[in-house]
Design a protein around this ligand. Structure first.
Ligand code: ADP
Ligand code: MG
Length: 238
């Protein structure tokens, strides 16, 4: 389960309105990409869904239940950031299992879930290392591992690859696509990179200045951009 619905969501920072009435339906298991230029409100919208930021108006439903007043921990979602903020003094195993440990889960369950995540992410051989002995891509995998062990109903990614070099970015993009195939979970992925959006998404949401310009499959957007902004942003010939 992981259907997410936004109803007339608005966000104001003092006098500045950064989200301007967003309506969106995300189906269970869908890979949805929020794309748009820097400052258009992608991160804010993702943070509102996760509960890290409060909506000024509107409603958010997860599997039909309003969560707009629920704290992040009660929404069943897991967020992966571009700055992966691993604990330097802990091993990979401890970093991945940390959330489960603080939630008081038994050791055997933590070990089982960490091993499962490590298998998916090809971290099996690195579980005893400290973060500083890992490559950028491996660190990003650890951050994703932390999300996997929590078994969220949806994964929220905010530009998870933007700190990586170009080659690693391509490799990790494939890894994330595979992760979606394996887990079948709902994923919302924020990027300003059109290529990432076009290759990963079932559905792309194009944002501009806090509003949705168009929602559609990569192909629909490419072939039938709703306006010049979408056409130019997606790089379609029209
Ligand atoms: P994006 O992720 O698309 O680059 P953001 O969601 O980070 O955009 O920001 C959208 C707008 O909201 C920007 O104008 C940004 O300056 C503003 N903004 C974001 N967070 C805050 C905040 N905590 N206080 C005031 N303004 C903010
Ligand atoms: Mg952002």
């Amino acid at each position: 389960m992981g259907a997410i619905e936004l109803k007339s969501v608005e966000k104001w920072f003092d006098e500045l309105q950064v989200i301007k009435g967003v309506d969106l339906k995300i189906e269970d298991g869908e890979f949805v990409v929020f794309v748009g230029p820097s400052g258009c409100g992608k991160s804010t919208l993702l943070r509102i869904i996760s509960g890290l930021e409060e909506a000024s108006r509107g409603d958010i439903l997860i599997d039909g239940n309003s969560v707009v007043s629920a704290p992040p921990s009660q929404r069943g979602l897991a967020m992966v950031f571009q700055s992966y903020a691993l604990y330097p003094h802990m091993s990979v195993r401890e970093n991945v299992g940390f959330g489960l440990k603080t939630a008081g889960k038994p050791k055997s369950e933590i070990q089982e879930k960490v091993d499962y995540a490590a298998g998916i992410l090809k971290l099996d051989d690195y579980l005893d290392r400290r973060p500083k002995a890992l490559s950028g891509g491996q660190r990003q995998r650890v951050a994703i591992g932390r999300a996997i062990v929590r078994e969220p109903s949806a994964f929220l990614f905010d530009e998870p690859l933007s700190n990586l070099d170009a080659a690693l970015r391509v490799e990790m993009r494939f890894e994330i696509a595979k992760l979606h195939q394996n887990l079948g979970s709902t994923m919302i992925y924020v990027t300003h990179d059109q290529v990432e959006a076009m290759t990963l998404a079932d559905k792309i949401v194009v944002l501009s200045a806090g509003q949705i310009e168009q929602v559609g499959s990569p192909r629909e957007l490419y072939e039938h951009p709703a306006n010049l902004f979408v056409a130019q942003f997606i790089g379609s010939p029209k």
